[in-house]
Design a protein around this ligand. Structure first.
Ligand SMILES: O=C(O)CCC(=O)C(=O)O
Length: 241
């Protein structure tokens, strides 16, 4: 497999955010959606349906389980083509965990960081419907709370402005969003609980995603995303929980 030149896909002012449209074909998307929907691993956590594939994340690392066979070709392709998962003993690092999130229109995920359990690089494949992933610089709680209160006082959306928004990436179905290093360590990322996304000036990939600034983008239907990461420490069974 040939390595991709990620710099060709860089979007926005953060140096380590990349957007690759049509990373999988419509046939691959349908096959993945069929396997994902049929999977018995769905759980509901904080109102959102998700699956942990590759094992369970614990504060000491990953209690590992094999990735499903239908997912392994995609994961191997991602590692070989992007090279974002580092080196392990002189070999290309392989992702060992895939978090699957299902969102209905109007559902989102609060701004968060993925933290030190993972190699600092993430690839997110979006399937089925679009969503906008927003990146915001982390700020101290005091500063963020003061700004959020000021925004709420003038009728703004405190959820969006609590942290300083730096980029919005429109993730169309079949696209791959990659972020690493500074975008991983210094930023939070999240998705608004919106049924319709407002594409505003913070959008860094309007052309690549085929949208216009200031347009409204209906989320349309169920979006299923695969967040592909490498947990740094892994354990077989036997860890004390
Ligand atoms: O679904 C997405 O695009 C974002 C998922 C995410 O932020 C996560 O799994 O940590």
């Amino acid at each position: 497999m040939t390595a991709l030149d990620l710099q060709q896909f860089r979007v926005g002012s953060l140096p380590t955010v990349f957007y690759i449209p049509n990373y999988v074909s419509t046939e691959e998307e349908q096959a993945l959606l069929t396997d994902l929907r049929a999977s018995k691993q769905w759980r509901t956590v904080s109102g959102r349906r998700l699956q942990n594939l590759g094992g369970i994340i614990h504060k000491q690392g990953l209690i590992s389980a094999p990735l499903p066979s239908w997912l392994q070709p995609l994961v191997a392709r991602l590692a070989a083509e992007t090279g974002i998962y580092g080196n392990v003993g002189g070999d290309v690092g392989q992702p060992n965990h895939v978090l699957v999130n299902a969102y209905q229109p109007g559902e989102g995920i609060l701004p968060h960081e993925d933290g030190p359990l993972y190699h600092p690089a993430v690839a997110i494949l979006g399937l089925g419907a679009p969503a906008v992933v927003r990146f915001a610089h982390k700020r101290s709680n005091t500063q963020a709370d003061a700004d959020a209160a000021a925004m709420a006082a003038v009728g703004g959306d405190a959820h969006v402005y609590k942290h300083q928004l730096v980029a919005s990436v429109v993730c169309q179905p079949r696209s791959l969003l990659i972020f690493r290093d500074v975008a991983y360590s210094d930023c939070l990322h999240g998705i608004l609980e919106a049924a319709v996304e407002e594409i505003d000036d913070s959008c860094v990939n309007a052309a690549q995603a085929g949208v216009q600034q200031q347009q409204r983008l209906p989320r349309g239907g169920e979006r299923i995303s695969l967040t592909v990461r490498r947990v740094l420490r892994t354990h077989k069974l036997g860890i004390r929980l």
